[in-house]
Design a protein around this ligand. Structure first.
Ligand SMILES: [Zn+2]
Length: 69
């Protein structure tokens, strides 16, 4: 499914790295999670959520994450 993002969202991603899309609860999730739009330099736009513990949160590109394994 091809999703079109609004221009302001793309500008926001370019400036801040990610933009909040809203709360979603995909299958398997215990609670609603805030999803963000971000951009991979290699694979383009992707959606994800912040994960990890501590001060540094990461939202890696799903394709990059697969290739890293
Ligand atoms: Zn990537």
């Amino acid at each position: 499914m091809v999703k079109k993002y609004k221009l302001w969202q793309k500008v926001w991603v370019a400036v801040f790295g990610s933009v909040r899309l809203g709360l979603r609860q995909p299958a398997g999730f215990q609670a609603p999670t805030v999803f963000y739009l971000a951009k991979c330099k290699i694979h383009g736009y992707y959606e994800g959520y912040w994960e990890g513990d501590g001060p540094i949160l990461s939202m890696p590109c799903p394709v990059c994450r697969k290739e890293a394994k």
